[in-house]
Ligand binder design. Structure first.
Ligand code: FMN
Length: 339
């Protein structure tokens, strides 16, 4: 916190995307730090992978896998890089990233700007630590399913898990892959393309009970290893900031209630049969604890780090370990779904 409280006014004086780029550049130059030692009660195994902490960095911060080890050095238990698409693409015109400071929120319509599979692959070959790769489809792709298959095939060689992201609101039509027939076709193709590496599926928070039941059934039928619930929302809860009307996906504090409610839908639809990863508006140890008790085996965050700095990973981890102890448990895994 002390260092970030000096850095934040500088970063917030820049437009959000310039600040983000500067942050990634600074992290690349900083010496890599060894991940801090975290309480043993946070060690957990999900989809056959061991995690030192259930608190991960969500996709979109490190789209091109430039700084995953630096982020693990702050105490994240895992880092999800991406979204990467087969070919590099520019994304939407700028400005496309907005801080909603009064709401502790972010709106983005980046549109999968990224340097493509090859660039990420080459960096990840040399990277160590618990790293997942989030894959998507090119905007101008003629065969989106083929893009996902290629992502799963290629990235499995350098990732601990691969996330199939069908929930970004910023690639027109992409979320249609969550619909009934489309999802079954996609997941059948993924089943063919996959290796032994776990495959996670990332869904939108803007889904109802029927969607949750259908998606859970399809995911289990096709051997998906975990569901990430979820991405940014296209809905607009009441907001105060000037940028509230910008188009794109909303994340951060105003997403918390919706993301928690959607996680609960997925928990009651699955009854614990498939691991869930809770994302959306998590900013404190209480938020993370609540999400875990609602059924999340792991959690991820991004927007809260913009406001609180990367030290948030360790603060939440420490707070979770305290809550495990206070609840009279030995390990965080015992708290999953206990609400
Ligand atoms: C600027 C920005 C870019 C993002 N890019 C991606 C992305 O490329 N792929 C993805 O699956 N999610 C992306 N996300 C969504 C986050 O991974 C996360 O699901 C969402 O922000 C909710 O979590 P939060 O409230 O903690 O930020 C992005 C979010 C933000 C704020």
């Amino acid at each position: 916190m002390p260092i970030y409280s000096l850095f934040r006014p500088l970063a917030f004086a820049l437009d959000a995307e310039t600040a983000h780029r500067a942050t990634i550049r600074a992290l690349k130059l900083a010496p890599k730090r060894k991940p801090p030692r975290l309480p043993a009660s946070l060690r957990t195994t999900v989809a056959g992978l061991e995690f030192t902490s259930p608190v991960g960095l969500a996709a979109g911060f490190d789209k091109d896998a430039e700084v995953p080890e630096q982020m693990l050095g702050f105490g994240f238990g895992f880092v999800e890089v991406g979204t990467v698409t087969p070919r590099a693409q520019a994304g939407n015109p700028r400005p496309r990233l907005f801080r909603l400071v009064e709401d502790r929120a972010v709106i983005n319509r980046m549109g999968f700007n990224n340097a493509g599979h090859s660039a990420a692959f080459d960096r990840l070959r040399r990277a160590h630590g618990r790293i997942g790769v989030n894959v998507g489809a090119n905007k101008d792709s003629r065969d989106r399913i083929a893009d996902y298959m290629e992502g799963v095939r290629r990235m499995s060689a350098v990732a601990d898990y691969v996330t199939v992201n069908i929930s970004s609101p910023n690639t027109p039509g992409l979320r249609g892959l969550q619909d009934k027939g489309a999802l079954d076709d996609l997941l059948a193709a993924i089943e063919d393309a996959r290796t032994d590496k776990p495959i996670f599926l990332k869904v939108a928070p803007d889904l109802g009970e029927d969607d949750a039941e259908r998606i859970v059934r399809s995911a289990i039928d096709h051997g998906i290893d975990a569901l990430i619930v979820g991405n940014t929302t296209v809905s607009r809860p009441p907001l105060r900031s000037a940028h509230a009307a910008e188009e794109g996906g909303l994340s951060g504090e105003p997403l918390n209630t919706l993301a928690l409610a959607t996680l609960r839908l997925f928990r009651s639809a699955s009854g614990g049969e498939i691991p869930l990863i809770g994302v959306g508006g998590i900013a404190t140890a209480d938020d993370a604890w609540e999400r875990i008790r609602a059924g999340a085996s792991l959690v991820q965050l991004y927007s809260a780090m913009v406001y609180e700095g990367p030290g948030i990973a360790r603060r939440i981890a420490t707070g979770l370990a305290e809550r495990v102890e206070r609840a009279g448990l030995n390990n965080i895994a015992e708290a999953v779904g206990t609400e």
